[in-house]
Design a protein around this ligand. Sequence first.
Ligand code: GLN
Ligand code: ZN
Length: 758
Amino acid sequence: MVTTHNLGFPRIGPHRELKHALESFWKGSSTAEALEQVAADLRQQNWQSQSHLNYTPVGDFSLYDHVLDMSVTLGNIPARIHQLDGSEQDAYFRLARGRSPSDTCQCCTAAGEMTKWLDTNYHYIVPEFDAQTTFRLNAARLIKQVQEAISQGVTAKPVIIGPVSYLWLGKSKDDTSRLALLDQLLPVYSQLLNQLHELGIKWVQIDEPALVTELESGWRHAFHLAYHHLKSSPVSLLLTTYFGQLQENLQLACELPVQGLHVDAIRARDEVHKVIDWLPQHKVLSLGIIDGRNIWKNDLNRTLDWLEPIYARLQKRLWIAPSCSLLHVPVDLASETKLDAEITSWLSFAIQKLTELDVIAQALNHGRESVAETLNDNQQAIDRKHRSARVHNPAVKQALSNINDSMSQRQSAYPERARIQKDLLNLPKFPTTTIGSFPQTQEIRQTRALYKQGKLSEDDYRQRIKAEIKVCVDQQEQINLDVLVHGEPERNDMVEYFGEQLSGYAFSDFGWVQSYGSRCVKPPIIYGDITREKPMTVDWIKYAQSLTHKPMKGMLTGPVTILNWSFVRDDQPRDLTCKQIALAVRAEVQDLETAGVGIIQIDEAALREGLPLRRGQWQTYLDWAISAFCLSANGVSDQTQIHTHMCYSEFNDIMPAIAKMDADVITIETSRSDMELLDAFDEFSYPNEIGPGVYDIHSPNICSEDQVVDLLRKAAKSIPPERLWVNPDCGLKTRSWDEVTPALANMVRAAKKLRAES
Ligand code: GLN
Ligand code: ZN
């Protein structure tokens, strides 16, 4: 018999119950007990949904983040948090979000740093290490959940992060070496495993995602040390990897002294036979055969064609599971009542994925005949999708085949364009602008919501949005900015807005995925060839331009960001889908130009997010991503000034690729890192114009004129002043007008001061 299990289940709940409970608790509207009750109910519900599996993950549930939970379990809470009064839960939420519900002030910014969980859009709280770091087991949370599961009849497989990946995911706050902490850390893991054994646990899932990345020898050695230390533990360990190939770590992963290994058989399918060859005969091999990173139905017959011979070889040594934790997909497709029936028939969310797993297990155990009907239904859905006219649009394929290199190149090189644009735009030195959005007030949100619900006529909606655009333009004129924007009141999200107008896209109602803490995103679904039916932004921008004599900047989201923030079809390579989006954006850029919009910004906020886990694969990604951007942006005349925007400060390593985008102006986040980013410009001389953010929009603080002047002076040391723009870090949509107006006014005054001096 094959063994089935799961690596992790979404915690937010089918209708984001956890989000609502957390936010109500943080606001002080409900008690800690009420929060705990919602959490316990969700766990119970999740376990019930998985009760057909042989092993169910326990401890994957978290009130905020599983890496933070691991820090608590290991007693690794930074001293600055310890020093504050309050309960353990206060400490937990302080580290998660800077304050606990019992803190009345907002001054104690104790929050831990947050960063992306490998190549996902989930963010974890980074473990901190320094010379004072010690570890002490605090297994209360995990033990309670294991007991809770056992009492509900669940065959629990606790999930923990392995010691090497725990250190690898963290950050040293001084010059303490993370690896030097391993010796101290291992006994705590041993204790934890012993305690789990005492509860009757047989298998523990120990996640070591670091194994799918390029590791220096010290880290590889740490794996040997760690697992030799844990060898004597009384529970069986399932060493778990996901999100990619093991490559040069394959042999290491196979040889570590544990009882089982899980590999991602979606992303690392090509390696599986090699793993089988290397894996000692006494070990279990768990194959992640259902994609935990996407929402498409599994092609069950195809999976079985591949898996049956493996099962014949491994027999009861074979376990099967989703490729990774299901944290990265929505909970239940059954909640989607409004989604088109045909598209729904192609999809599979967490609950459906586990049913697929079950069917595969049945087929392996009792033959495909035993599930013939289900397999047949699945086959039909897969075939219908392959053939569907909604997926394949010949006109798009034709347009793609007409792409040639010259389409991705500007007519002249930057210096020539710059001269032309300078004469045309006549901007002062240190031109001031913003990144696009202006405060999204309650009223704007309501206008959009009413319109969406059909409670506001098209005419009324347009009038209200226009009125809001006018407010934004008037404000910007008063503040005396040089390049204005329309403010984006019609957009609730920079990807969804475009997705809704492109064909080939579908939208779920409850397809929420946790991004961090209580924050969830609902990625739109790209199911077919992408086309733009009609202009998406031109009317709004034209209207905004009609209100002012100053240049109005058209505002678009770039193809790579649209791709990276969507669930993407898996029947063709991602770069091809990106090219289709690029063509749609290109048409919009050209329509804006024709409408007389002389400056167009194409945001690529998520370009960096798409970087593969292994550096060795970066170049391939960057090549197609940058060429998609160029295809979208460069079909304009020399007169038109193209801007792009990115909001992250780790830049140095992709600078040459960014330069290849050849945008006339690039605006970037910098003020939080105190212009640290500028080092990148010292090392690599970026050839075009740059607007390093001088106003940190993530903070409610109003930047002063002097602060901005200081930052600009710093910037002018690395960037030639004649190529320096003055702008905030990012869009202003989360701020309020009473923060934005004075801050921008100070920014403009600072620019004027520099002009006067130069
Ligand atoms: N133009 C967008 C805005 O201002 C950019 C958002 C982003 O970079 N995340 O909101
Ligand atoms: Zn941004």
